[in-house]
Each structure stands twice: as structure tokens, then as C-alpha cells.
Design a protein around this ligand. Structure first.
Ligand SMILES: [Zn+2]
Ligand SMILES: [Zn+2]
Length: 452
């Protein structure tokens, strides 16, 4: 586990939650790889060697203790409080290598939630918490980074982007601001709640090279590790930390044009609706703009994008009826007609942090509802989550009365837009910038240090 408020001087071991109490698991099945050398340790007793290919079943009995079924370990069943299954230290990591844990939840809390088999490097720990099982993967930090760096990348991703992404992920993790699962002895969980980790399933030779080339390199600012945020596309200007998450300003997460530092183009004042209208109606040059990389080409480099998708500038249209139903569902408005959707406060990239919705209630009374915050605003306006909060809404008048018939939403970018812009970093890499230049651009004022 990471030590709080300490910058490590040797490679840490990360504790990643694979099964959490909310999964309500009472049985876990694991398979030892055919070529692996593994040992089972129960309640801290001497380790017992496990045969290659053996399967291990752990279930929770009615007394809250673990029953371990290990046909290959000499003894059929043992009743214990904790189980550790460790790979021999010589065991190296590679794509799809490791102990396989079966039926692990991916997409916890999402409608697409599914169960998958996950190959895990390092050591696996199982114990009981509140009459369910939890499982923690203790994994060398650099191995963890090899597993997460390319989980969102396509096969042709340039090495400089993978390296920059690895440096950002290393720094973000070591800054360890969120600590959502610390009370369970976990640094992070395996899902989007923290960072998606599916063991070595999506590890590639490229991601291994990315970690090896940047081993231990971490972004620092004023003696502390940088909380290196990133998102898919800033839309041409990076957003400031406090616009999205509130609180104090963060000196290296600031409003900045996503273009070369010597670019003569000045920073537009996108807090202003009129200036923002011009910005969203045009396609200005930026590292993440289609001038550098056509959006139809993105799929070759980045996973999770559509070939037809438009991310730099996008448009969504909802009819009066669709918008009313959407807002009644997401905000419980009880609206009969939506009259106006009005941004009240914008950040430096144009992202709306405070939004007013004017509507007529079903009982005829005129009313107003305020929505605050990037996530709440994006969730309110669209069933699939609006790409970003950098948008304007044009209400087109209806024929029958003065209420709008259609709401046309035009926007910039994808995600919160703070820190590293992944499509922009891809553009920089394709233009020949190295990983150090990329992170220096997205985290201005930070410095890179090799911690171990
Ligand atoms: Zn989490
Ligand atoms: Zn960008």
C-alpha cells in the first residue's frame, strides 16, 4: 500500500481492490496458470506450493470464515481467516499473464455491468469483511502502470503518447488524492470509480516499454507530487481545476491554449457567452483539432472512439418533448414545457459550472432550477451524458406558441478538459514531440523527477 503524505524513494506495491464488499461475493474461484510457480499461504502459516493449472475455490461459511478448496495442495479443505496466493518472485509479467480470477465485475454501477475473467500479476489476498468476501491484488506499481496505460489505447498509438500517459497515471496515483477505499486496505479499486484495471488483459508490449522508458519518472510541483488529471479532449483550451472540482486553484492545472507555446493565437475569453459562441462555431487550430489528426483517423490510435464520432466540435439536438422528458427524469422537475436553458457561469475553456433551466410546471407556474458542477450538468442534459460542459444551447421557436420546439446544443471537447488532453497529446506525439515535452505542456510549471 502507498504510505500517506510520503513521496516514495523505491518502487511501491499497490493494493488494488478487485472484489469489494458491495459485490456481495461469497465464493471466489481462481486458476493457477499452466506455467506459473505459485504458493498458498493461509493465516500467515508456511506457504504450500500449488500445482500449475490447479484451481482454488474459496467460499465464506456461515461463521464468516473462509473455506479453501485446494485439491492440488495436499489437503482438501481448510478453514481460515485469510488467504494469500503469491507468485514466485521470478515470475515475470507479460500480456495476459498471471493468476486468473473468474467472474470479476467490470462496470460496477453501470447498466453494462458484466462478469469477466481477469489475469492478475503479483499476489492475491482474500479475506472476509461484513459477511462478504473481498479480494485485493498486491501488484508492483510499475507493473500496475503497464496494465492501465494502454487499456484505452488503440494498437497504433505512438510511444510518446503512451509514455506521457504513463507519467501522468504514475503521478496521479502517487498524489493519491481521492483515497476512496483506504479503510478496506486498498489504494484504488479496479473500476472507473478509480481507474479501470483488468489485470494483464490489456497490457501490451508497448505499455511495458512505456513504463520501462519512464521508470519512476513523476511530476512534481513545489515539492509535492502533481495530481495529474487527464481527459479525452479539451476542445482547444484546457480548463482550470477549480471550475470542475471547486476549491483552491491548482497552479499546474490552469486555463491554457492547447497549442504550441509560441503560437501567436491569444487566449479567447471563453467565460463570455458571445466570445464562446464564436469559438464553438469555428474550428480553431489546436493540438486536439482535426487539423492535426482527422477524427475519422482517431480510432487507429485511441480505443473507445467512434469512426463517425466528432469530439472537437459536436452538435446534439433534442425536441421540446425529449428535453422535457430528459430533465423531468434527470432533475425531477415536473415540467410541462422547457422555456430556456441558460449558462450562468463558464470557466476559461467555456465549460459551464452553473446552469439555469427556466420552465413552466404542469400546474402552469413559471419556475427556475439551477444545476451546478460539470458532472451534474452533463448528466442532466443528455441520457448518455453530454460529451462536455463546454456548450451553448439554442432554442428554436415553435410554430404554435412562444415555447421552443427544439433545443440545439453545440459543444467543444470530450470530458472535463483539465490537465492532459489525450487527443491533443496524440497530436503532439504525431508532430514529433517527446513525452517530456508533452507533460510539460499540459502541466505547466511542473518538473519531472525520477523517484526510484
Ligand atoms: Zn474506486
Ligand atoms: Zn486539447
Amino acid at each position: 500500500m502507498l504510505t500517506e503524505n510520503t513521496i516514495p524513494n523505491e518502487e511501491p506495491v499497490l493494493a488494488v481492490g478487485i472484489i469489494l464488499p458491495e459485490d456481495e461475493k461469497r465464493e471466489i474461484i481462481l486458476t493457477i496458470p499452466g506455467d506459473g510457480s505459485y504458493a498458498l499461504q493461509c493465516d500467515g502459516a508456511d506457504p504450500i506450493a500449488l500445482l500449475p493449472g490447479a484451481s482454488i475455490r474459496v467460499h465464506l461459511d456461515e461463521n464468516g470464515r473462509l473455506r479453501v478448496h485446494t485439491p492440488a495442495a495436499g489437503k482438501e479443505i481448510r478453514t481460515v481467516d485469510s488467504v494469500m496466493i503469491a507468485a514466485d518472485e521470478q515470475t515475470d509479467i507479460g500480456p495476459r499473464s498471471g493468476l486468473v480470477a473468474h467472474d470479476i465485475i467490470a462496470g460496477r454501477e453501470f447498466h453494462w455491468k458484466k462478469f469477466i475473467d481477469v489475469p492478475l500479476p503479483g499476489t492475491v489476498e482474500i479475506r472476509a469483511v461484513d459477511s462478504t468476501l473481498v479480494m485485493i491484488n498486491h501488484v508492483r506499481f510499475e507493473h500496475y502502470l503497464m496494465c492501465v496505460a494502454t487499456s484505452e489505447m488503440g494498437a497504433e498509438c505512438p510511444q510518446a503518447l503512451i509514455e506521457a500517459q504513463t507519467i501522468a497515471a504514475r503521478s496521479w496515483m502517487l498524489a493519491n488524492v481521492e483515497k476512496k477505499h483506504r479503510s478496506l486496505g486498498m489504494d484504488v479499486c479496479n473500476d472507473d470509480c478509480c481507474q479501470r484495471y483488468q489485470g494483464t488483459l490489456y497490457m501490451t508490449e508497448q505499455s511495458r516499454a512505456g513504463a520501462e522508458a519512464t521508470w519512476g519518472q513523476t511530476l512534481l510541483y513545489d515539492g509535492s507530487v502533481c495530481d495529474a488529471r487527464y481527459s479525452k479532449s479539451c476542445g482547444g483550451v484546457m480548463e482550470a481545476y477549480e471550475t470542475i472540482w471547486g476549491g483552491e486553484k491548482v497552479p499546474y492545472l490552469i486555463v491554457k491554449r492547447d497549442a504550441p507555446d509560441d503560437d501567436k493565437a491569444s487566449l479567447p475569453q471563453l467565460q463570455n457567452d458571445v466570445v464562446f459562441h464564436e469559438w464553438v462555431s469555428s474550428v480553431p487550430h489546436a493540438f486536439c483539432s482535426p487539423h492535426v489528426i482527422a477524427e475519422s483517423e482517431l480510432k487507429r490510435y485511441l480505443g473507445g472512439v467512434d469512426e463517425e464520432g466528432e469530439y472537437y466540435r459536436w452538435h446534439v439536438t433534442l425536441t421540446q418533448r425529449e428535453m422535457t422528458e430528459q430533465l423531468n427524469r434527470s432533475l425531477k422537475l415536473n415540467a410541462a414545457v422547457i422555456l430556456e436553458i441558460q449558462p450562468l457561469v463558464r470557466g476559461g475553456s467555456g465549460r459551464v459550472s452553473r446552469l439555469a433551466i427556466h420552465f413552466r410546471r404542469k400546474d402552469g407556474v413559471l419556475s427556475e432550477h439551477i444545476v451546478e458542477g460539470d458532472v451534474a450538468i452533463r448528466r442532466a442534459l443528455h441520457p448518455d451524458f453530454l460529451f462536455s460542459a463546454a456548450f451553448e444551447v439554442q432554442a428554436l421557436a415553435g410554430e404554435r406558441d412562444d415555447s421552443p420546439s427544439t433545443f440545439s446544443i453545440s459543444g467543444c471537447g470530450w470530458g472535463h478538459g483539465v490537465g492532459l488532453c489525450q487527443i491533443g497529446a496524440l497530436g503532439m506525439a504525431l508532430e514529433g514531440y517527446d513525452s517530456h515535452a508533452i507533460v510539460a505542456h499540459y502541466y505547466p510549471g511542473s518538473s519531472l523527477k525520477k523517484l526510484y
